[in-house]
Design a protein around this ligand. Structure first.
Ligand code: S2G
Ligand code: ZN
Length: 475
């Protein structure tokens, strides 16, 4: 432990109390490894502030001592964004105890939550106020609002409601030097100078610590129509999206691509999941219409649109949910794809996006490269077609040796990301950069973008204490 540590820890305990500073190895362990177990870090301490004031004081102290601070939310990052490095010189700042729901304003359609609030807690609070908070993720039972904001989370309702960036009315942020940006106004219109607050959304804790947010609420949904439609290929899926948007008065709230292999993996590995259709098809789409009106007859709209598509061969088969239980069963297939892939064995993940209309060509080109270069891999391309965003994952074929398959990871990542770049797409559609994709950002961001990002980082965090090594390499 470095010689200055005892004094620093004493200063931190004076701010946070003994219970707010963890140093015992067992207490710290849950904060030192990422969700995917890609990284195993070490920390001087794990800090648990209970108020923005405590965050302000601890950051001022760490900034003065040049001690790296790693903000930590629900630890559901796919890129190691909340895990300290191996030096043992950084502190982890957990927002877990900064979790008050400060206010719910139904008339203003807004809610103010502290960063440590779990997403499901915010969804419930909105519902109890007769409103709806639309961010929906598989990890909603454990991910925290601060992490959702810091990674600009997406999920399965982006098509209708946008990403987390689109759901924010205001932010409270503590800067590296302890100053507090008070920006929690519930205003929908405020054109007064630079949009400073937006810089913190998706910054992954590298510019400051988000301690609270004023979030947009929406009218509660009173009707859904949900179906799993079988299609021949990705092009048919994209065409079906347009068809349903037109037929429903743009009521499509989710539109998720599911390849045949994902049906096989979820029925194999996930308790209670069955194939919703009688026979296998190459591709499927889970589509959902929703409305805050109970009298729009969305079921009839969906059935008519799918019926017409079936008649023309644009859709090969379909299962329309007749009740809430069947709707939940269809969603269970989709939401368990990541877990089913994990249980199947070793895999490679790519979180990409291209223009929606370019998806068919991209998938065809990438699949062709993979079949020629990774014969032992099985493509699992699934996810948010409506946003042009796919989880372009590979699973090792049954019987394939894990090591040689994983040894191909760099070559596969390079080929997939270079192709995404050729299509003008993004190599990180949802999951951010964290530590895992720092090199990819340097490769694909333009020199102007990188120069501006570095200028912002220097301006907001001149001593580089905020989540060092994440998003941008340490200077
Ligand atoms: C999703 C999972 C990411 C992955 O949409 O379920 O973000 O690569 C994810 O499995
Ligand atoms: Zn996703």
């Amino acid at each position: 432990m470095n010689p200055a540590a005892p004094e620093l820890l004493a200063g931190l305990r004076a701010i946070l109390g003994a219970e707010g500073v963890l140093t015992d190895a067992a207490d710290c362990a849950p904060y030192l490894a990422d969700h995917r177990r890609l990284y195993q870090g070490r920390a001087l301490a794990v800090l648990l502030p209970r108020s923005p004031g405590e965050v302000s004081q601890l950051l001022a102290l760490c900034n003065a001592r040049r001690v790296g601070v790693v903000p930590h939310g629900g630890n559901t990052s796919y890129c190691g964004g909340a895990t300290p490095d191996e030096s043992g010189r950084q502190v982890v700042l957990s927002l877990r105890r900064l979790n008050r729901l400060r206010s719910v304003n139904a008339a203003n359609y807004s809610l103010t939550a502290e960063a440590g609030c779990v997403l499901a807690q915010v969804q419930r609070a909105a519902d109890e106020a007769g409103r709806f908070f639309p961010l929906s993720l598989g990890s909603e039972g454990s991910c925290q609002i601060g992490g959702n904001l810091s990674t600009n989370a997406g999920g399965t309702a982006v098509l209708r409601y946008g990403m987390m960036r689109d759901l924010v009315l205001g932010l409270e942020v503590v800067l590296a030097d302890g100053r507090v940006l008070e920006g929690l106004s519930g205003l929908r219109k405020d054109n007064t100078g630079y949009d400073i607050r937006s810089l913190f959304l998706g910054a992954e804790g590298t510019l400051g610590v988000i301690t609270a947010a004023n979030l947009k609420l929406f009218p509660q949904l009173h009707s859904h129509a949900t179906a799993l439609a079988a299609v021949a290929d990705v092009r048919a899926a994209v065409m079906l999206l347009g068809r349903l948007r037109d037929a429903s008065g743009d009521r499509v709230s989710s539109f998720e691509l599911i390849p045949r292999i994902a049906i096989e993996l979820t029925t194999r590995h996930i308790e209670g999941v069955r194939d919703p259709l009688e026979r296998p098809y190459p591709w499927y789409v889970l589509c959902e219409l929703s409305s805050s009106s109970a009298t729009e007859g969305l079921d009839a709209v969906l059935e008519a649109a799918l019926g017409a598509a079936l008649g023309e061969g644009a859709v090969l088969d379909a299962a329309v949910a007749r009740n809430e239980r069947e709707r939940a069963a269809l969603w269970r297939v989709r939401e368990n794809i990541p877990e089913a892939q994990r249980r199947e064995g070793v895999g490679l993940k790519h979180d990409i996006s291209v223009a929606v209309a370019a998806l068919p060509d991209f998938v065809a080109r990438a699949a062709q490269w993979l079949s020629g270069n990774v014969p032992e891999g099985r493509l699992i391309a699934y996810g948010h077609v409506g946003d042009g965003s796919l989880h372009f994952n590979l699973s090792a074929a049954p019987g394939a040796a894990p090591e040689p398959f994983l040894a191909r990871a760099d070559a596969v990542r390079r080929a997939v990301h270079d192709l995404v770049h050729e299509f003008g797409g993004s190599f990180s559609a949802e999951h951010g950069i964290g530590r895992l994709k720092v090199g990819e950002l340097e490769r694909y961001a333009s020199p102007v973008e990188l120069a501006l990002m570095r200028a912002v980082k220097r301006a907001f965090d001149p001593h580089g204490i905020m989540n060092p090594g994440k998003v941008l390499r340490e200077e």
